[in-house]
Design a protein around this ligand. Sequence first.
Ligand SMILES: [Zn+2]
Length: 271
Amino acid sequence: MPELPEVETIARGLANAVVGKTIADAVVSMAKIAVAPPGVSFIEALRGERIAAVGRRGKFIVVQLGSGRRLTVHLRMTGRLIVQAPEVSEPHPYTHIRLTFTDGWRLCFADVRQFGRMRLLAAEEVWDADGGVEPLSEDFTSEAFVSMLDGRRTPIKTFLLDQKHISGVGNIYACEALWEAGIRPNRPAQKVTRPARRRLHGAIRDVLQRSIEARGTSVDDYVDAEGLKGGFQNQLSVYGRLGEPCNRCGQPIMRTVLGQRGTWWCRGCQK
Ligand SMILES: [Zn+2]
């Protein structure tokens, strides 16, 4: 599933490709994927809308429309946004929503497993009230993170995956940040020492930033808005590296299951 760096990369690519374009028409071939406010037609509402901006909130792509409405997109497991030039006549396989712009370009939402959603929001609609802090924002300070863990008995890795606390961190970056900070993934959050919390705060920001610079991690079928794979899979320290030697201490990387998620870590240097 795309996490913060992948969604950020997709959003930046989309911003380059579609900002300023006006939607001429929309086609929805799977109704459950296109969500609109009660009484609003997804298709009718989008006709004539201009794309004002494309950004990201957590793991959501947020398309700001000229009227003040927004489209939020969650790709879930296999969702993809594809920008097609007018000369491309073949529809992308598994396309469920197709927006055609006045200049003939198209934005397609394709999803093999159909868990993804494109949701139209009214202009004033609040949708992310439960979302946690953005880990690359100024609000995510070291002190704020240190106190977030107080009284939390849940394993630190499970805590990191909870989008109510920190927005956009998923399995890959939780594993990588815990390795970087030298913290055992199943340690209860409240038992992580204060110096280790500060290291983890820095490590979360570091792995996310480095992955954005590498245009995300392509360990499954993730590609960006231009259809290109990311490069951070070549820099992973633990994720998916079962049995390979740790880059820091040489011990073989372990895999356990924590909160029903595969968890890669090093017994030698994560305490
Ligand atoms: Zn190690």
